[in-house]
Design a binder for this molecule. Sequence first.
Ligand SMILES: Cc1cc2nc3c(=O)[nH]c(=O)nc-3n(C[C@H](O)[C@H](O)[C@H](O)COP(=O)(O)O)c2cc1C
Length: 173
Amino acid sequence: MTIGIIVGSIRHGRVGTRVGQWVAEQVADSAFDYELVELADWDIPFATTEVIPAMAGGTYDDPRVQAWADKVAGFDAFVFVTPEYNRNVPGPFKNAFDSVAEWKGKPVTFVAYGSGGGRAAIAGWRTTVTGLLAMDPTASDTALTLGREGAVLDDAASRQLRTAIAELEGKLS
Ligand SMILES: Cc1cc2nc3c(=O)[nH]c(=O)nc-3n(C[C@H](O)[C@H](O)[C@H](O)COP(=O)(O)O)c2cc1C
C-alpha cells in the first residue's frame, strides 16, 4: 500500500514544499509506504479534452496527462497538502485533480495552511472529492496556521496530523 503526499502549490518559493516534507517526516515510522509528489514537477496542461476523464477508461490523449494518471493510479490513498487561494483550493491543483479519474473511491486526508488554517481550502476539497469521483475523505484533517516563517509546525500540528493519518491508514487496513 502506497500513500501519495501531493504538494499542490506550484508557486516559486512555495511554503508547500516544507509542509510536504514535514508530513513525510511525521509518517516516517508508519507501516505504510509514503511518497512525496511535488505537483510542480508535473507538466499537466489545462483540461481541454472532449472526453470526460471519468469516461476515459484510464486512457488519455495527451501523454502528459497519461503520465499523471499513471502516477495517481499507483497510489492507494492520498494526503493533499494544500494552500488556500482566494478562499478555495489552488487552481493548478484543481486542474490536476480534474484532469484524471484515478482518484476514484480512494481515501484522502487534507493538510491545509493559510491565515485561518486553510479551512476554506479544506471545505472546497471536501466538496470536490466527494462528487463524481466519490473519494473517501477522513473526518479529521490538519489545519495549519500560516505565520511569517511559514506554516506553524508545532506539537499541536503534529497531534492533528497523527489523528488524521491514523484515520487514513485505518481506511486501508
Ligand atoms: C493567489 C493567492 C490567493 C491567496 N488567498 C488566500 C486565502 O484565501 N486565504 C489565506 O489564508 N491565504 C491566502 N493566500 C496566502 C497564502 O496562504 C500564502 O501565500 C501561502 O504561502 C501559499 O502557499 P504556497 O506558498 O505553498 O503557495 C493567497 C495566496 C495567493 C498566491
